[in-house]
Design a protein around this ligand. Structure first.
Ligand code: DGL
Length: 268
């Protein structure tokens, strides 16, 4: 049986773990939440990279992972290239804002992107966006909104703050400058945001389609591991680790994934 590490700044990567459990039921997942250092989106690139390396080393040494899913857009943006150099023999799957699927879906060409400040300011994000704009068969306009505080509020399950920040950021995004195409597709470019999707979808209205990356990342992980589409294997309960409060991670996994699993401390 393969052991796959799944890592995020906190509870957001559970949105990716949910898709991984559905796609690869016979795989053993070890989920690491760096909640003591969340949010990553407002930390420096160097800081995020150092935390990512530290947690990967621990998952490798203490949990014997065969592969890693970096279930965090911010950590992927700042650290995945170096991580692949440090572990050339280990498959590493990252998460990037779903700009390409959004471009394929959008009819108006107006695409909103909600993500952390760190992701939106990264060179990796700029390359992805510019490449798509340059090669698209028709004009595309990406409107990007940094969402300071939103991942942290989702981390705390602080519903009034989620509602207030979600409203502020969606309103800012939907006020397209005069002459730009109306936004009909919204990219959830942070793995925490699918847990606010119901609210964000309601704020955007029925004409806007929300896109996230959980399912495509799970498929990609299955391909990278060379596993068949439906193994029919019985589900293996994941191991949950947190550098913050393990009980908060276990509560989030119960609330959002229906998992009845205890979490342990991650000493990284
Ligand atoms: N969930 C993470 C992401 O996908 C990071 C959120 C944060 O810690 O700021 O970007």
């Amino acid at each position: 049986m393969k052991t796959v590490g799944v890592f995020d700044s906190g509870v957001g990567g559970l949105s990716v773990l949910r898709a991984l459990l559905a796609e690869l039921p016979g795989t053993r997942f070890v989920y690491a939440a760096d909640s003591a250092h969340a949010p990553y989106g407002e930390r420096t690139a160097q800081d995020v990279s150092a935390r990512t390396h530290r947690i990967t080393a621990q998952l490798r040494e203490q949990h014997g992972i065969d592969a890693l899913v970096v279930a965090c857009n911010t950590a992927t943006a700042h650290a995945i290239d170096d991580l692949r150099k440090a572990y050339p023999e280990m498959p590493i799957v990252g998460v990037e804002p779903a700009l390409k699927p959004a471009a394929a879906l959008s009819r108006s060409g107006g695409i909103g992107v909600l993500a952390t400040r760190g992701t939106l300011q990264s060179a990796r994000f700029a390359q992805l966006r510019d490449r798509l704009v340059a090669t698209a068969p028709r004009p595309l306009q990406f409107s990007c909104q940094p969402c300071d505080g939103l991942a942290a509020a989702i981390e705390r399950h602080d519903l009034p703050t989620i509602e207030a920040l979600g409203t502020r950021y969606v309103q800012a995004l939907l006020q397209s400058p005069h002459g730009s195409p109306p936004i009909d597709t919204l990219v959830l470019g942070c793995t925490h945001y699918p847990f606010a999707a119901e609210l964000l979808g309601r704020l955007c209205g029925p004409d806007v389609t929300l896109v996230d990356t959980g399912v495509p990342v799970a498929r990609r992980t299955r391909e990278v591991l060379g596993l068949p589409v439906h193994s029919g294997a019985p589900a293996v309960p994941p191991v949950l680790l947190s550098s913050g409060q393990p009980s908060a991670l276990a509560d989030a996994a119960r609330r959002w994934l229906g998992l009845g699993v205890q979490a342990r401390a991650l000493a990284a």
